[in-house]
Design a protein around this ligand. Structure first.
Ligand code: GTP
Ligand code: MG
Length: 594
């Protein structure tokens, strides 16, 4: 049965023949549609262009424009052993994007070197990237052997030189193959011009690659892409949609959503345009409905309760490589994307920087420049879910986005325990043990005609002003037919102050406040809460505790908003009715139609 699929990536310096090799391989194994080559040859003749096998991939790209399935970066072909998905990466960024976005979780790489030109910077860099992405199966192709008269001596020279580099980075290639893409020597057939070489052809080497522990045998991981609601009147179910990155799952399985730790069991496995299924496995996109409704959001990860659990942390030790034009620098904010999650991150420390070409190590670098690799510590705004071993590499690889562009990527090597991750653990175990009643948040929302919402008011204005403003807002919302409830952090403090056992530190006080907000929001109310001088960090903790998206956080002050603030500025000197209006404009309080 031809069910096994292996993802392969072709990398190497510009013009060393990656596309020609892929084109030639497709042609020689008969993976191209009938007449494709003739058509292209005629086209080249008419346009007075020399025929190039690389054009075959461009021709396939045209096909995609017409809505057919193949695209330039990805092409499929099969041998008697299995199916292959080949990714021909035109440049660094595409290579990186494809690997990290999961378009190609490459299991093996072919690195192409022009025999005449020899090893170039990008040859070394690409090899280095492979180690950072944990791609261990490497085949080196020494191409354009025709240009050097199929010389064994030159082949060995390239091989020896490159082996020295690879040895230093701990990458041991399976084989070096001398090839000529243009003539098809050692591509799909053994070359008669290089009888000195007794090893495998590209095709044979492909089939000899090891299929790593199939992703479906690894622990189940499904990053949530989206949540859909059934549109049917009485159907309260929600569908949690996403692509399974590893493992498999069955109807009836107990699941936990990370990082919140909310538990439920799988009721149905929906699939698009198909009948209901009883199981789903790695590589497939699916939608799950659950017996007990839980609040989950994009970026969270569904795992199986009985399997190995992923890690959750907010201070990460990573190895990354940088491609951005602007150097990576400590203190600067980048978005970190892993799976479907996205969170702000700051570089806390650059531990060391490595020049990926010369392998020179800089222990005291103050920034990471394009084409350098580095070991860094990243501090995240919110904890994320990841795996360092065992599960799919997709749960370990990340990219960093500088403004709008992917500027770097790498893998998570480990984490450092911090306050946020300890709290996240605490909230998670609270959620795992929480016993809920039978009324869902949707049912509550319908009766109250509102969805739960947290309105936070903080800042450096006087406490009295904040309190007055919150109470006015509560009243205004109430008069509009909502169910709001005002609570000040001071109330919480006074509630617990006299208990002998309670150690009343400001930190404890804040945590009690976070717990209370979680309970109050569960009741479906709109909570108007005040607290002094909350920081972005505090806001992250409130989000972790309440696991809510419905939070609007205001900063009431007569000075300007602190730099990088996550809050919405309210000028406390504005007349109170204007201030109230301004605040209400920023609130997105959804009503639930009856
Ligand atoms: P980029 O996608 O730009 O990075 O290049 P590439 O690595 O895909 O190289 P491509 O396949 O486009 O080949 C570059 C040039 O090398 C083309 O003109 C090819 O015809 C030529 N070429 C590729 N393989 C061989 C070969 O085996 N022998 C000779 N003589 N030329 C080759
Ligand atoms: Mg190319």
């Amino acid at each position: 049965m031809l069910s096994e699929l292996m993802n392969i990536v072709f990398v190497g310096h510009v013009d060393h023949g990656k596309s020609t090799l892929v084109g030639r391989l497709l042609a020689d194994v008969g993976a191209l549609p009938e007449g494709r080559i003739e058509k292209l040859k005629n086209y080249c003749k008419l346009n007075a262009k020399p025929f190039e096998y690389a054009f075959l991939l461009d021709a396939l790209a045209d096909e995609q424009a017409q809505g057919i399935t193949i695209d330039i970066a990805r092409c499929f072909f099969k041998t008697s052993k299995r199916k292959y998905l080949i990714l021909d990466a035109p440049g660094h960024i595409e290579f990186l994007k494809n690997l990290v976005t999961g378009a190609a979780n490459a299991e093996a790489a072919f690195l192409v070197i022009d025999a005449e030109e020899g090893i170039q910077e990008n040859t070394r860099r690409h090899a280095y990237m492979l180690t950072l992405l944990n791609i261990k199966q490497l085949i080196v192709l020494v191409n354009k052997m025709d240009l050097i008269n199929y010389s064994e001596g030159r082949f060995n020279e390239v091989k020896n030189e490159f082996s020295t580099y690879l040895g230093k980075i701990g990458l041991l290639p399976i084989v070096y193959i001398p090839v000529c893409a243009r003539e098809g020597e050692n591509v799909a057939r053994k070359s008669n011009l290089m009888t000195w070489y007794q090893g495998a052809t590209i095709l044979e080497a492909l089939d000899k690659l090891d299929k790593q522990a199939a992703d479906e045998d690894k622990p189940f991981r499904m990053p949530i892409q989206d949540i859909y609601k059934f549109t049917n009147e009485n159907d309260k179910r929600r569908i949690l949609a996403g692509q399974v990155s590893s493992g498999s799952l069955q109807v009836g399985d107990e699941i936990i959503v990370y990082p919140s730790g909310k538990k439920s069991t799988v009721k149905t496995i929906e699939s698009f345009n198909a009948l209901l299924q009883t199981s789903v496995k790695a590589g497939y996109s699916t939608g799950l409905t659950l017996h007990e409704q839980i609040y989950a959001k994009r970026g969270e990860v569904i795992v199986l309760a009985k399997e190995k659990q992923p890690q959750t942390a907010s201070t990460l030790k990573v190895t990354l490589f940088w491609l951005g034009l602007k150097p990576l620098s400590p203190g600067k904010t980048y978005y970190l994307k892993l799976g479907t999650s996205k969170t702000k991150s700051v570089v806390k420390e650059i531990t060391r920087v490595i020049d990926t070409s010369s392998l020179e190590i800089l222990e005291t670098a103050s920034e990471v420049r394009a084409n350098q690799a580095a070991e860094c510590v990243l501090s995240l705004f919110m904890p994320i879910v990841f795996d360092t071993v065992q599960a799919s590499p997709a749960m370990q690889r990340f990219v960093l986005v500088d403004e709008y562009d992917i500027a770097g990527g790498g893998i998570i090597q480990g984490y450092i325990e911090d306050k946020k991750s300890r709290l996240q653990e605490h909230f998670k175990s609270r959620n795992i043990h929480w016993v809920t009643g039978e009324i869902s948040s949707e049912e509550r929302a319908k009766v109250l005609n509102q969805t739960a919402h947290l309105i936070l008011i903080t800042g450096d204005s006087s406490p009295d002003l904040r309190k007055k403003f919150a109470i006015d807002l509560e009243k205004a919302l109430f008069l509009q037919g909502k169910f709001p409830y005002y609570i000040g952090m001071a109330n919480v403090k006074h509630s617990f102050e006299n208990l002998e056992t309670f150690i009343n530190s400001p930190e404890e006080n804040f945590h009690q406040f976070c717990q209370l907000l979680n309970i109050l929001l569960n009741t479906g109310l709109i909570i108007v809460a005040t607290a002094t001088n909350l920081t972005n960090e505090d806001l992250a903790i409130i989000k972790m505790s309440t696991n809510q998206n419905n939070i609007t956080a205001f900063w009431l002050s007569d000075k300007s908003l602190p730099a990088d603030s996550e809050f919405i500025y309210l000028d406390s000197q504005a007349p109170s009715d204007k201030l109230l209006l301004h605040a209400q404009k920023n609130l997105n309080l959804t009503s639930v139609a009856k």
